[in-house]
Design a protein around this ligand. Structure first.
Ligand SMILES: [Zn+2]
Length: 335
């Protein structure tokens, strides 16, 4: 019915509309405001914005970035987020074709865009995005099992790694109070216990599925994908959490935000343990380059790490398999 290019244009336009909604999330989520009401309004003169001034990508250009009523400057970020979302949706379509993984990755990358821009501005990642994203990753993995195609060995290795990371975090948790009593926060005790319970429950579910994996009928791809998604969630969150504990103990001050832990847990739920672990190792390279520039520019060494984790995740998603093959073949020393 459609030419491939027509469909690409439609997906680009759909991305711009989604981007327009992501702008609302970026502004309102950190303030705890409703995403639905009121409709769009100018933050300066509080006039509501009519529909023809609210067309993604175009209106900002037509109005040359100014409110029609009061001529206040409308941030370029609004246009940037719409353009970025549209472009990313189009690139995902070109990469994966018309496939059920496309809406699933669309949800993931929308969460990433909101997380990155809020983290840059406010140094936090809203739970609505990260925790909501974890739930979405698990549910979508069951609905679209093709998000994960692990072999049996990869499944077992993933559950082994998840278990090892949990043990490492428990071990670090024991020595933590000796070095970092001043960093401990009593108020989070309940949330803490809930997380521990959930992680333990997940490990049991993973183990049960994996132990029975060879005997599962062919139609149970959803269960295997759930196991892969849970392993990814624990490995992604656990790696950042363990690194944060080690960082705290070494530097005696908070080194890693809880938002970063939840963000990587979300990425793992979508991409599985292998790619999220690779992303964890790639991200510091991007962070380091930006960190050096920022340090020279502002003399402030505390940077928002979320955007670099996300960059690492996307690089890993698109080129991860090649990078892993290259490293296993000896990298620059091989061939
Ligand atoms: Zn105005």
């Amino acid at each position: 019915m459609f030419e491939e290019n027509d469909l690409g244009i439609l997906i680009f336009m759909f991305g711009a509309i989604v981007g327009s909604f992501l702008n609302v999330c970026i502004v309102r989520l950190p303030k705890g405001q409703s995403l639905v009401t009121p409709g769009s309004y100018c933050p300066k003169c509080l006039q509501s914005i009519v529909w023809y001034d609210n067309i993604p990508l175009l209106s900002w250009l037509v109005l040359t970035g100014k409110c029609r009523q009061c001529k206040a400057v409308i941030s370029f970020r609004y246009w940037l987020v719409e353009c970025l979302t549209a472009t990313v949706f189009y690139l995902f379509y070109r990469h994966y074709g018309l496939d059920w993984v496309l809406p699933a990755y669309g949800v993931m990358v929308s969460g990433f865009i909101v997380a990155a821009f809020v983290d840059f501005a406010e140094r936090i990642i809203p739970d609505e995005v990260s925790v909501g994203g974890m739930g979405a990753g698990l549910v979508l993995s069951v609905l679209v099992p093709r998000l994960h195609t692990p072999g049996h060995e990869e499944l077992l290795l993933g559950s082994f790694l998840a278990g090892a990371l949990v043990l490492a975090c428990i071990g670090l948790g024991f020595i933590y109070p000796v070095f970092c009593k001043h960093l401990m926060d009593k108020e989070d005790a309940l949330a803490d216990r809930m997380v521990k319970g959930l992680v333990l429950g997940s490990l049991i579910v993973i183990t049960l599925i994996n132990a029975n994996a060879p005997h599962l009928p062919a139609g149970q791809a959803g269960l295997l994908a759930l196991s892969a998604s849970l392993s990814g969630l624990i490995v992604g969150g656990g790696a950042v959490y363990a690194m944060g504990l080690v960082g705290d103990i070494i530097f005696k001050k908070p080194s890693m935000g809880g938002g970063d832990v939840k963000l990587m847990a979300m990425a793992g739920a979508f991409l599985g343990w292998k790619l999220v672990l690779l992303a964890f190792f790639i991200a510091p390279f991007f962070g380091a380059v930006y960190g050096i520039i920022e340090k020279i520019r502002t003399k402030d060494s505390a940077i928002a790490y979320g955007p670099f984790l996300i960059t690492g995740v996307l690089v890993s998603q698109f080129w991860g398999e090649q990078i892993i093959t290259w490293v296993l073949n000896g990298g620059i020393y091989g061939s």
